[in-house]
Design a protein around this ligand. Structure first.
Ligand code: FAD
Ligand code: DLZ
Ligand code: SF4
Length: 520
């Protein structure tokens, strides 16, 4: 009896549920590099090289662990260059009695897996992805009957379920569930920042860097300064370095932004977690052990654990709960395309220029940079949430639809009208000024609302409130903001809105062209 086990490019774990259900003596593991996955979105070139190299390394790790691997490289595609085309060809080659696969991370691919039993006439077993604590069923039952899906309550249940940072009596360590208030300090550029390990490109990675440069010339993003882990061993080194060097300050500075500093105290582990090189469950246990050993303060341990067992799992739950049509939701009916400086980085707004530069250079920006700089600006100008989502899918190394969509369309753009967030994440330049050193180096004046030197975020913020009053006016969390707006008086309001109209009129709209140029 031959079992064919398909391992997808974001399932790079030796303890995947599909592998655990198979016997290395009678199974063939199939891994396929497919053009469709490389081009369903215009990936940052660094992301493409990362995934392909990590896949190729994972195939080696599988062979070392005793598995027989049928690995199909991009250049050796059999027929239609898609998962379905490649699996059809592999079924023909190996004539398996059954096909095993761990559920996919997104609706598009899950629909493919579900079509295969009928299509190929072979039993297809789709297994739960237990790299997450909450299964789809768990999240559904948590959400069922609730009017507000507030993350904080989901997070508390996850703490109880895992026992993480709980006392023996089942209470939160330190007596509180949440230390967020202590975690919002700005940072100075002269603070000591840890130097995480770099992993120079080996021969396989260099091969993919060359392939991406040759075959995907239309894609954007730097491939220089390669520092990414592409094996589990190196990803574990990165994880240990974060836990040893940065975790103790993570909580304090997780919202801070400093010019030219893209790493700061963030973990940079999301690409490894999302592709499978790192196991979140292992990570939780590792850093709880450090907290118990007294090497990490409680606010940092709690701040980080909330990101992983709270936000990460919550976003996945929302994605699968909301359904395949979630991507079309557009609460404000916004239609603008993003300005072309999202791709070129050419703007006088220093905050945007800083975040865009590091984004195209490293395929990385931290949460507040994504939410309160690029996301904030897009929402304020009335950009189409789907176009915004696509841009984030393009630019970040950790982008996979299950996690990007609820963060972009939901949290950042309020496109779901409040399923993820209770109010839109919008701000004037004052917030950016408080949390960063960007404004000091900007051609605009963060204190001004109108006039040629006024920070664009200021007029845009108030104009956003005014033009969406019918949709947001009744929101209790917006009450103070509207009360402030009303105190401006009609004359000032008109000037501010005229300034916002001038800012928006000065923006171009980048057309969304065809997919990336796969030069074949
Ligand atoms: P750290 O700051 O070190 O945080 C630790 C970990 O917590 C991350 O590695 C991540 O696994 C998890 N985490 C924290 N917040 C979230 C969250 N909101 N959703 C999911 N996981 C979270 N994260 C992605 O993994 N992929 C995306 O495509 C993505 N797109 C985003 C788009 C927008 C507009 C916003 C506002 C956030 C997005 N995030 C995304 C969430 C978050 O910004 C990244 O997880 C984080 O910046 C990754 O960097 P890090 O590993 O250094 O994270
Ligand atoms: C993102 C990606 C890319 C670029 N290439 C491949 C690939 O060639 N083969 C593969 O198995 N997976 C790839 N992936 C990851 C898939 O897109 C991901 O597994 C699906 O989006 C399912 O979540
Ligand atoms: Fe950004 Fe405004 Fe500050 Fe300039 S002044 S960096 S545009 S927030």
């Amino acid at each position: 009896m031959t079992t064919l086990v398909l391992v997808l490019g974001d399932q790079l774990s030796l303890s995947l549920s599909s592998l655990r259900a198979a016997d290395p003596a009678s199974a063939i593991v199939l891994m396929v590099e497919v053009a469709e996955e490389a081009s369903y979105v215009r990936h940052h070139r660094r992301k493409l090289a990362y995934i392909l190299s990590a896949m190729r390394h994972h195939a080696e790790a599988l062979r070392d662990a005793g598995w027989t691997v049928d690995y199909v490289p991009l250049e050796a595609a059999h027929g239609p260059a898609s998962f379905t085309g490649e699996v059809a060809a592999a079924v023909e080659r190996h004539k398996p009695d059954r096909l095993l696969v761990t559920e996919a991370g997104e609706w598009r691919v899950q629909a493919m897996l579900e079509s295969w039993q009928t299509l190929f006439g072979v039993p297809v077993e789709i297994l739960t992805d237990d790299r997450f604590i909450a299964s789809h069923a768990d999240f559904h039952s948590w959400a069922n009957g609730r009017s507000d899906l507030v993350m904080e309550y989901f997070y508390r249940e996850q703490r109880v379920r895992t026992g993480l940072l709980l006392t023996d009596g089942g209470k939160p360590e330190g007596g509180r569930w949440n230390y967020d208030k202590e975690n919002r300090k700005p940072a100075e550029s002269d603070l000591f920042m840890p130097e995480p390990p770099c992993f120079p490109a080996d021969a396989i990675t260099r091969e993919f860097i060359a392939l991406v440069q040759r075959r995907f010339q239309d894609l954007l993003g730097d491939l220089d300064e390669w520092d990414l882990a592409v094996t589990r061993g190196d990803a574990l080194t990165a994880q240990a370095a974060f836990l040893d060097q940065a975790l103790c300050s993570f909580g304090d500075y997780q919202d801070a932004m400093v010019s030219g500093a893209h790493r700061m105290w963030h973990s940079h582990l999301s690409p490894y977690l999302n592709s499978g090189l790192l196991d979140p469950l292992e990570l939780y246990r590792e850093f709880e052990a450090r907290y118990r050993a007294g090497t990490v303060p409680l606010n940092c341990a709690e701040g980080f654990i909330r990101q992983i067992i709270g936000w990460r799992e919550y976003m996945r739950g929302i994605y699968w709960l909301a359904g395949p049509d979630y991507v079309d939701r557009n609460f404000f009916g916004s239609t603008r395309g993003l300005p072309s400086f999202y791709w070129t980085g050419e703007t006088d707004m220093n905050c945007m220029a800083q975040v865009l530069e590091q984004t195209w250079r490293y395929a990385y920006a931290h949460h507040i940079q994504r939410l309160m700089v690029t996301g904030n600006f897009a929402l304020l100008i009335g950009a189409d949430p789907n176009a915004v989502h696509l841009w984030y899918m393009e630019v970040y190394l950790d982008a996979y639809e299950w996690v990007t969509l609820p963060n972009t369309l939901g949290m950042s753009q309020f496109g779901d009208g409040g399923l993820v967030g209770t109010k839109p994440y919008v701000s004037t330049g004052q917030y950016i000024n408080r949390m960063s050193d960007y404004c000091g180096g900007c051609r605009y004046d963060v204190k001004q609302r109108v006039g040629p030197d006024a920070c664009p975020f200021n007029s845009l913020y108030w104009d956003f409130l005014a033009r969406n009053r019918d949709k947001l006016g009744a929101n209790r969390r917006m009450r103070n903001a509207y009360a402030s707006w009303d105190r401006f008086g009609v004359d000032t309001q008109e000037k501010v809105r005229a300034k916002a109209a001038e800012v928006i009129a000065g923006l171009d709209e980048a057309p969304y062209g065809p997919g990336p140029g796969d030069q074949g």
